[in-house]
Design a protein. Structure first.
Lengths: 151, 259, 778
């Protein structure tokens, strides 16, 4: 499987969840685990470019596919992706635990809908839980990310 | 003396994993393996595996099968193959033209991220009483196509859902396609849930004069729009008592038929 | 000092690495650690007849299986963190239960293995022979005391406390009008996004125990581990790395894993780690919010409060590690921002066979606010008065500070409000709320609250200017999202006249700063913030002295601006702060970095020893701040809601907050705290509850059934603020961490009551509950 453009072997144990494989076998700990039943969104990655919950996939399912994690957005200390920049500008994170999942979801959202309305923003981020921000700053971050991406 | 088992952590129990490359291969596997489950979208199955509420000995992952993800028009309806993702149906102009009720229903399923992986056929095979798509199939009088080593058969919606998360699919059958007739005008789907994207406490699907309810019985059920709660014995849970469900049925039916 | 950074919306220094996925949360740490699993009781109350771990121990790959008998501290009761004379029957659990379990989730055995999967396999083989005992679940059932949680605690009463100000009975008897209310709160949970985790390593070479813990108080954990393991504190290091939300329950001594993981690491000579999963988290981690109140209020025809009596019971859970802080806070905060000339509060802290309770954001204040606000609403309804007007008539006025309430506060003092302007909060909130939206089934809610913040005993900070001119600072209290690294940097940067980008703050690492208490109770800005200010000021003073001597000027004439120390009014006469740092450490051997300037033949000769009497080397200082008492923040929330009369769905049409947390270091951070608090408040008002069944099993231990709101359920809110600086601390700040959550239940409850016309006396609400209340009324 390819993760952030690099090829890795798939795990031997078929029951290894993709989230655990990324975190513990590949050392990519930016993807977080909040619930392991698909509700909180902390584990969201891009699977062939579309947001997917990595806790609801077996790692073997990623064989032959492209996975992008949060580490794959701004490579090697390079400039932040517009979505990351927007979250920073708008104070869209506090503890940072839900943030990678949100960022990947928003990257997917803006790919699908580059200029979302406020309702579409709410709809688009409605699958991710945050306990710190109360979502208001995240809404602002998504709108800002759309601006930055469309520049 | 009751010895309660230690609750295991959220990881699947051991299983043997198979990834067939064709429907034939999948059918052969299902025909020869004891206690096997099909893995398509995984959005319903994998949480069950994680909680160990499902512990199949074998997992047959059909995601490697090519050419099984088409959405196409046939017989004045929309055919959705086994690996067509819910998000693909949601974005499908064809479906919007022919069966907009299905698009409306898919938009109510969980969240987009779940729909990116979840499949329409998977939702039907999973048959959660509170899910939308089985009720749409029922309201529209659609059918599914099931294949096994013994051949192929069509199962109409009325004969498909047999109980809570139970269908009349045989253990060795793969659901390869679902067919939804073109939705009549007017059609509507309405539901009440606690949070956006949650399973419905109760829901109603209107297809012209037909009414199908979900979330209020072990399977989706047809009901009389003028007396929708007759014969219903919904269960109760933390968020809705049977009485509240019956109340919601009346409210939702009214709303579905007001449009 | 400059005032460039204080009050500025400085963007966060923490963000870059968190956004790149380079955060370091405890479960991210591997280090070749063995993995572990806790075996927990499935019963809410049971006697343990035997535990057989032999099969578990035989599983290949298992390093150890521990039960209480294997632990040197196995028969030690864990500490009562906050003893109190009224806590006459405090009880705590042991690290691992061996005789009785008293809540479903209580830990019984600990399995350590090469991998989590193996540990789980072995855990399944641990055979515990339980004899189930009768359970007590609700606080009301506990009060009836037909069954006991602890055999030696009569009536299930851990503590009882009564306080009275004035003469309540006489005042009630003489009051023209009286009203009674019964108000009930279900249990709730903080549910941070990061579950708890611990990682530990023992180095026998260095005789050092290193522990990473998702905790809100590394210094307390370190102290406790040192005591329990008989180690000097200098041999124990505890670090809270990145922590994914705390909100209260991550401050505890000890969760069993916090002892077992270090113990196993010491025994096995290899690092050990433990991470809970979400389902486990629900019953393993402390909960809160269960209380039942019986209120009696006496008032006059103008709606003025004459007397208030509140008897309440608090659901302590199975044990009382946190003492009675929660009910003390509730008791203290019921009067709130209002004049209550005669006030009596009596509470009983009761045991139940459920997870122990300890503070969760708000910590007893939401209950207090709900009681007072619902009482005022009831008064308004009785008299046909406007609810806002009733509040106006009862608010403490700005010229009445300091205002003594006369009841005990959680820091051992009594409640004295130091400053505030409550009427201004109310008026501003009403103005911000604006006119009522059109439509039916719309209701308005309003709530005014006070919040005792900044409790002691103290916090400390260390600030150092490096020879490079960069500044490093450290404090003991960790962050779980409160932006400490940015906010403290602002304080220090102002004092030292440097750019905030040049100040690096470490918090929550006992290796960097070993003294302190923890992050809780809205105290960080007041205690650690002021400690940073004290330490930075000491550094600035020293810099002025050294530079003045070097430049042959007067220290009083020196200023720190733009990384320079210079003579006021003579910008040419100055030197870089970096150079001052070099001179602060007279050396024999230069080691680069400009230190040549401080060697014996280069430095300017001066009389006396190179290091003057009483002086310490380096441009660094340690400072402490110990508050004389809490400083009281306040605020007012108001909202319009609409309730669908058929589905009972709640729609929040508008939600406004006017808050006062004194001087604000970073308004962006404070607003974020408020927005987050309001969201938790809305969750706790309409979505979240912990549903225990009759056998003490939690029915909704998952995110599918414990309903935390998504963005679609939480509106954006409007925030305005006023500033009444605190007279109690040099920075003039007050705490803000819990403010967002405190009045939300009261506001939502009041608005829903108006919208639907049914009395609201409980939290949380839900469509089902509103349906039932509406049916009951008709």
């Amino acid at each position: 499987m390819r993760v952030n453009g690099t090829s890795y072997p798939a795990p031997i144990d078929a029951r290894r969840l993709l989230s655990d494989h990324l975190r513990h076998d590949l050392g990519l700990t930016g993807t977080h685990v909040g619930c392991e039943h698909g509700v909180c969104g902390c584990c969201t990655v891009l699977f062939d470019g579309a947001p997917a919950r990595s806790c609801l996939m077996l790692a073997v399912q990623a064989e032959g596919h492209d996975v992008t994690t949060i580490e794959g957005l701004a490579r090697d200390g390079g400039p932040l992706h517009p979505v990351q920049r927007a979250f920073h500008e708008c104070h869209g994170l506090q503890c940072g635990f839900c943030t990678p999942g949100f960022v990947m979801s928003v990257v997917g959202l803006l790919k699908q809908n580059p200029s979302p309305s406020p309702d579409e923003i709410d709809e688009g981020i409605s699958g991710n839980l945050c306990r710190c921000t109360g979502y208001a700053s995240i809404r602002r971050a998504v709108a800002r990310a759309a601006e930055l991406s469309n520049q | 003396m009751p010895r309660r088992r230690h609750r295991r952590r959220l990881k699947p129990a051991p299983f043997e994993y198979h990834a067939p490359g064709s429907v034939e291969e999948a059918c052969t596997l299902l025909g020869s393996l004891e206690d096997a489950k099909v893995l398509a979208g995984g959005q319903s199955l994998i949480p069950l595996l994680n909680f160990r509420l499902a512990r199949p000995a074998h997992l047959v992952d059909i995601n490697r099968i090519e050419g099984l993800d088409r959405i196409y028009e046939r017989d004045n309806g929309i055919a959705v193959q086994a690996l067509a993702r819910q998000s693909a149906v949601e974005d499908s102009d064809l479906t919007l033209r022919v069966c907009p009720l299905l698009v409306d229903a898919v938009r109510l399923v969980a969240h987009r991220v779940i729909r990116n992986r979840g499949t329409v056929c998977g939702s039907l095979a999973h048959a959660d009483p509170a899910s939308e798509l089985p009720a749409v199939l029922l309201a529209l009088e659609g059918h599914v196509v099931a294949r096994s080593t013994r051949g192929e058969r069509t199962i109409p919606a009325a004969a498909l859902f047999s109980g809570v998360m139970e269908t009349s699919l045989a253990p060795d059958e793969v659901l390869v396609e679902a067919w939804f007739p073109a939705s009549p005008v007017p059609s509507a789907i309405v539901e009440e849930s606690r949070r956006h994207g949650d399973f419905a406490l109760a829901g109603a699907v209107r297809a012209a004069g037909r009414l199908a309810l979900f979330g209020v019985a072990p399977t989706p059920v047809l009901a009389d729009p003028k007396d929708p709660t007759r014969g219903l014995q919904p269960s109760g849970d933390l968020e809705a008592t049977p009485e509240f469900r019956l109340h919601l049925v009346k409210v939702l039916t009214e709303r579905a038929f007001a449009a | 000092m400059t005032t460039r950074w204080f009050g500025a919306r400085v963007q966060r220094k923490e963000d870059d690495r968190l956004l790149r996925g380079h955060g370091r949360f405890t479960d991210d740490i591997e280090g070749g650690a063995l993995e572990s699993v806790l075996v927990r009781s499935p019963y809410a109350h049971a006697r343990i007849r035997s535990i057989d771990v032999s099969a578990a121990r035989d599983v290949p790959g298992v390093a150890a299986v521990y039960i209480a008998a294997d632990l040197p501290f196995g028969s030690t009761d864990l500490p009562i963190l906050i003893p109190h004379p009224n806590l006459t029957h405090g009880r705590t659990q042991r690290c691992l239960a061996s005789e009785v379990v008293r809540y479903a989730g209580e830990a019984v055995a600990f399995v350590v293995a090469e991998s989590r999967a193996v540990a789980e396999d072995a855990a399944e083989l641990v055979e515990v022979d339980y004899e189930p005992l009768p359970v007590v679940i609700t606080p009301e059932a506990s009060a009836r005391a037909e069954r006991l949680v602890h055999d030696d605690v009569p009536g299930n009463v851990a503590a009882e406390m009564k306080q009275e100000v004035g003469e309540v009975d006489a005042a009630l008897a003489a009051a023209p009008r009286r009203k009674s209310l019964r108000l009930r709160f279900e249990r709730g949970a903080a549910a941070p996004m990061e579950c708890r985790a611990v990682w530990a390593r023992w180095s026998s070479d260095d005789k050092k125990l290193t522990v990473y813990d998702s905790t809100q108080s590394p210094t307390s954990i370190r102290g406790g581990l040192a005591v329990l393991f008989g180690l000097p504190e200098s041999s124990v290091e505890v670090i809270a790395p990145d922590v994914g939300g705390g909100f209260g329950p991550k401050i505890m001594l000890f969760y069993p894993d916090e002892l077992l993981v270090p113990f196993a690491a010491m025994q096995l000579g290899r690092p050990v780690k433990w991470t809970e999963d979400r389902q486990e988290h629900f019953t393993a981690v402390n909960q809160e919010r269960g209380q039942v109140h019986e209120v009696e209020v006496g008032f006059d025809d103008e709606g003025k409060l004459l007397a208030l009596s509140d008897e309440f019971i608090h659901d302590a859970g199975a044990y009382t590690p946190y003492g009675i802080i929660l009910p003390i806070i509730t008791a203290a905060q019921i009067p709130g921002p209002y004049r209550v000339p005669n006030y009596r509060v009596r509470f009983r802290d009761l045991y139940t066979n459920a997870t122990p309770t300890s503070p969760y954001r708000g910590a007893g204040r939401p209950h207090a606010c709900f009681v007072m606000e619902r009482t005022l609403d009831a008064i308004a309804a009785e008299l046909g008065l406007d609810r806002v007007e009733v509040r106006r008539r009862n608010l403490i006025q700005p010229d009445q500070f300091p205002y003594e309430v006369g009841v005990a506060w959680q820091d051992g003092n009594t409640v004295i409000y130091d400053s505030g302007d409550y009427p201004a909060l109310l008026e501003k909130a009403v103005a911000l709320l604006g006119p009522r939206p059109e439509g039916d089934h719309v209701g308005m809610g309003i709530g005014v609250y006070v919040e005792g913040t900044g409790v002691g005993p103290y916090e400390g900070a260390h600030v150092q200017v490096l020879v490079s001119g960069k500044v490093v600072a450290a404090t003991g209290i960790p962050s779980q999202g409160q932006s400490h690294a940015t906010v403290w940097a602002q304080v220090v940067a102002d004092e030292l006249g440097v750019d905030v980008a040049d100040v690096e703050v470490t918090s929550g690492d006992t290796r960097r700063f070993p003294w302190g208490v923890g992050t809780f109770a809205s105290r960080g800005a007041v205690t650690a913030g002021n400690a940073m200010g004290v330490a930075a000021r000491l550094v600035a003073d020293k810099a002025r002295r050294i530079a003045a001597e070097h430049l042959e000027a007067d220290a009083a004439d020196m200023e720190l601006v733009d990384g320079q120390v210079r003579v006021k009014g003579s910008p040419g006469r100055g030197m870089p702060l970096a150079a001052v740092s070099v001179l602060a450490n007279p050396v024999r051997y230069a080691f680069g970095g400009g230190t040549e300037a401080a060697t014996q033949f280069t430095a300017r000769p001066r009389p006396g020893p190179p290091l003057a009497d009483g002086e310490q080397p380096g441009l660094e200082a340690t400072g402490y701040y110990s508050p004389p008492g809490s400083t009281w923040a306040s605020g007012c929330h108001a909202a319009y809601v609409r309730v669908d009369p058929k589905t009972f769905r709640l729609e929040i049409l508008k939600y406004v907050v006017v808050h006062d947390c004194g001087r604000v270091i970073n308004p962006m951070v404070v607003e974020g705290q408020i927005e987050g608090g309001v969201a938790q408040g809305i969750g706790g008002a309409f979505y979240e509850r912990l549903a225990y069944d009759d056998e003490g099993q939690l029915r909704n231990a998952s995110f599918m059934e414990f309903l935390m709101p998504y963005a679609t359920e939480i509106p954006s809110i409007e925030i305005d603020h006023i500033e009444t600086p605190s007279p109690l601390n040099p920075l003039g700040v007050k705490g803000a961490g819990e403010a967002g959550v405190i009045p939300v239940g009261a506001v939502i409850g009041s608005a829903v009551e108006e919208a639907l016309g049914v009395p609201i006396t409980e939290m949380p609400l839900s469509p089902l509950r509103l349906y039932e209340l509406t049916e009951a009324r008709s």
